[in-house]
Each structure stands twice: as structure tokens, then as C-alpha cells.
Design a protein. Structure first.
Length: 459
């Protein structure tokens, strides 16, 4: 296993004698393994110090702790005043020794993980994995981001990180940890409206990513907040703003896309360079993500968009994010990881554009964290279902009941309180040739229905 911090480096960082090297950082004692540094963070409900012995017993080499731990050798403990500040020290040390790294930061209401993964795929292919770094885990918080930075190899030349938020000021704090060279906003949507008064407040919070004056800003031109984002970036001192989207005024734009059996063909213009490529997915929103990813990769590396586009075809969708499953002439579009109004409409559009011999069926769960307008956003989906000629809808959850009640009678499959109850109704209805979209917020457990479909069709 490769050492991420030697005992000499740790001794220097924390000004004390440290006995072991470490190969990884662990925050959950149940995941601790040989070579790990366990960081005992104290949260509102759980104190990591209560699990230091467990982490050491499972093989962790060391633990960062704010106190002595009974039945754990002092050689295994790095004593600090604050374990969170100690984590920041590790990240700062790694930034200091990898001085010339260009950082890409990606945020957005929807599409940030997919876009980040596309950027990672392109740059890893084009500049080589030894020079490019992306964290294996999707850590994007004030705790997760410094973990990702601390694990960055010293040889890194370009690194990409994701930035999440739940309230105003969160993104600003994350840019204190890394100052991005290229800042990307994928979309401004309704996610987290439970914590904000309006989508515009979300736009303002996301725009904090420009406040450290990155060299390049990548913004969604189809957003109603595009002008605000552009002006904010310029005001913050950003030298170059690149817009992306479907609109003809975008710098990086999708000119045409067509859905095939298991892929999408895309014609795009990336800042004056016309490119053509295929995407191994059926989500039309990914076409928008792909032009943002190519434009970002070009901006940070200088690699020609045509070369980058050659590699996008080998990008594989992340599990449960519009993953395509074809079983016995039934097509399942597994988009069960999460949902918001913007991404739900995009998924329904994809379902509507899909080519299938049978019916187009949507199986949807509640979209959560939408605040006081949650009922409206669910009722309003019925218009999208009509627009894209979806044949049948199954729904679960209290909010999705409003969508279900707003459908025409011919489109009503069944409504149940939860995904476990709904699964049987879906299984009893499917027929040869059907195409089935499954999507809902993560806590709605819509993947249960996907698993039930797979098990039923395979047995």
C-alpha cells in the first residue's frame, strides 16, 4: 500500500513523535483497516472518540484524538487540540508540497457528480492518472473535502473536487480549503429549497464559488440565473467565463442529440470546435453535462476539444444514475439514486424520447427538501408526463400522491405509501417490450423496486 503520510511528515505536521506511516484516512471505525489514520471527529449525535479503540482493533495504524484513550497505546494516538483543525492541517500540508496543482471545483443543484466524473474520466485518459487526481469517494462537505485534499498524491498536476452545500456560506468555507483554478456550476435548481427562500437564493449561495477569483468560470447558460452568475463571476475578478447548454448563445452547446437503444449520439460545438460522440447512457441531461465536462477539461489542460471528445464515449454512468438495464426485452432506466424537479423532468424527457416496442412507464417517488412549494412541484410533473407521452405512472410517497391525483385516469398505474408496497403493483403490470424509469429521492429507497424488477425478470 502506498504511503500518503510518512511518520516523519506526521511528526513535522503535529510537532510530536509519530510512530507509524499511514496509507489512508478513515472517518468510520467500521471501515477501518490496516494502514489507516482514524480521525475522531465529534458531531452533534456521535463522538468519534468513542470508537477509537474499535478502529485500532480493526487495524488502523493511528488515530487523531483530543484526549487519551483507555486501553489504546499512546504510540497509536496523535494528540491534538481539535481533530477537525488537525484534518485541515493535513490538507494544507498536502497543498503546500503539491504547489502547482490546478484545482477544478464543481458544484450545482443537479448533475455535479456526473459532471465531475466525466471530467475525471477525460483528464485521466488524456494527461494520465499519475498526473490527475479525483477522490475515490464522493466527499464534498467541510469534512469530506479536506479528506480528499489530504489524500492527494504529491505528483498531482490537475485535481477535481465536488462542493456541496446545505446553507449559505458553505461553498465559501470550502473555497477556503481549496482555491479553484476553474469553478463549475452545473445547474441551479430547486434542490435544498427547504433551507432557502427561493431558487435565486440558491444561485447566490452557489456563486460563492467565484469569490476567490478562479481563472475560469463555467456556467449553465440555459438557467434563468445565467446573467447573474456571469456578472458575479466578472465582479469577483474571474478572467474568463464559459457558458454551456442547449441554447445557441452558449459557448459550449449541444447542437443535436438522438437516443438509440443503449446510447445517445451527440453533435456539439465546444467554443468553436464542432465535435461528435456517443454517450453510453439514455439520459439526455448527460449530453449537457458532457459539453460542460469537455469545456472544463479543455480550459484547465489546453487539450483540443476534439481529442477530449474521442474519450467521452468510454465514460460509464455511475450506478443508479440513469443506469440502463436490458433484461428479457424489458428496459429499466435505473435513476433511483436521487431526484429533484429539474432532474426528474430531464429523466421523463429521456423516457419519452426512448425507443421501445412497448409502453413507457414512470415509477416515481417523492422529491424531498423542496420547502413550502413541494406540492406544486409534484403536481406540476403531470404536465411533463403528458408532454413526453408517458403511458403509465406508478408513484409512492405522500408528495407523489399529488402528482398521481393530477394524472388523467388512463395514465394511473397505482399509488402506495412506500416503494416496498409499490413494487408488487409494478411487477404485476410489466409486459414484454416495456421501458421503465425508476426515480425518486434517495431516502425513498426506489432502488428496492429496481432490485425487485431484476430479480423477477432473472428468475
Amino acid at each position: 500500500m502506498k504511503t500518503v503520510f510518512s511518520k516523519e511528515e506526521l511528526s513535522k505536521i503535529f510537532n510530536q513523535n509519530v510512530a507509524s506511516n499511514v496509507c489512508d484516512i478513515c472517518l468510520d471505525s467500521k471501515e477501518a483497516k490496516k494502514g489507516d489514520l482514524f480521525i475522531a471527529l465529534k458531531g452533534e449525535r456521535v463522538d468519534g472518540h468513542d470508537f477509537i479503540k474499535n478502529a485500532i482493533d480493526r487495524g488502523a495504524n493511528l488515530a487523531l484524538s483530543q484526549k487519551d484513550i483507555e486501553k489504546v497505546s499512546n504510540e497509536k494516538i496523535i494528540r491534538v487540540n481539535s481533530t477537525y483543525d488537525a484534518l485541515l492541517k493535513l490538507a494544507k500540508y498536502k497543498k503546500d508540497i503539491a504547489k502547482n496543482v490546478k484545482y477544478i471545483a464543481v458544484t450545482g443543484s443537479v448533475g455535479k457528480t456526473t459532471t465531475r466524473n466525466m471530467i475525471s474520466h477525460l483528464l485521466s485518459k488524456c494527461i494520465g492518472p499519475e498526473k490527475f487526481y479525483a477522490a475515490k469517494k464522493n466527499y464534498n462537505s467541510k469534512i469530506g473535502l479536506p479528506v480528499c485534499v489530504a489524500l492527494m498524491p504529491k505528483e498531482t498536476e490537475i485535481a477535481v473536487f465536488e462542493m456541496g452545500m446545505s446553507e449559505s456560506g458553505d461553498i465559501r468555507k470550502l473555497t477556503d480549503i481549496i482555491n479553484p483554478s476553474v469553478a463549475v456550476i452545473t445547474a441551479i435548481g430547486e434542490s435544498h429549497l427547504e433551507f432557502f427562500e427561493s431558487p435565486f437564493d440558491i444561485a447566490k449561495a452557489k456563486s460563492e464559488i467565484f469569490e476567490k477569483a478562479p481563472e475560469v468560470a463555467i456556467i449553465p447558460n440555459d438557467s434563468p440565473y445565467a446573467d447573474f452568475l456571469k456578472n458575479k463571476a466578472i465582479t469577483c475578478g474571474v478572467k474568463k467565463v464559459i457558458s454551456f447548454g442547449e441554447g445557441k448563445e452558449s459557448d459550449a452547446k449541444v447542437l443535436f442529440c438522438e437516443i438509440h437503444d443503449d446510447s445517445i449520439s451527440v453533435n456539439a460545438d465546444i467554443c468553436g470546435n464542432e465535435v461528435r460522440y456517443n454517450l453510453n447512457c439514455l439520459n439526455t441531461a448527460f449530453a449537457i453535462n458532457s459539453v460542460a465536462a469537455i469545456a472544463t477539461s479543455c480550459a484547465v489542460s489546453g487539450i483540443n476539444p476534439k481529442i477530449l471528445a474521442e474519450h467521452i464515449s468510454s465514460f460509464e454512468c455511475t450506478s443508479k444514475r440513469c443506469e440502463i438495464l436490458c433484461i428479457k426485452n424489458i428496459t429499466i432506466i435505473d435513476d433511483s439514486y436521487n431526484a429533484a424537479p429539474t432532474s426528474m423532468k430531464a429523466a421523463l424527457r429521456t423516457l419519452g424520447m426512448s425507443k421501445c416496442n412497448g409502453r413507457k412507464i414512470a415509477v416515481v417517488g417523492d422529491m424531498l427538501e423542496l420547502g413550502q412549494n413541494a406540492i406544486f412541484y409534484h403536481e406540476n410533473l403531470s404536465a411533463t408526463i403528458d408532454k413526453y407521452d408517458i403511458d403509465l405512472v406508478f408513484a409512492c410517497g405522500n408528495l407523489s400522491k399529488y402528482l398521481f391525483d393530477n394524472l388523467s385516469e388512463g395514465k394511473k398505474g397505482a399509488w402506495r405509501e412506500n416503494s416496498h408496497e409499490l413494487a408488487e403493483n409494478v411487477l404485476n403490470e410489466i409486459k414484454d417490450g416495456d421501458c421503465i424509469l425508476v426515480k425518486g429521492s434517495h431516502s425513498m429507497n426506489m432502488d428496492y423496486i429496481v432490485d425487485a424488477l431484476k430479480n423477477n425478470l432473472l428468475n
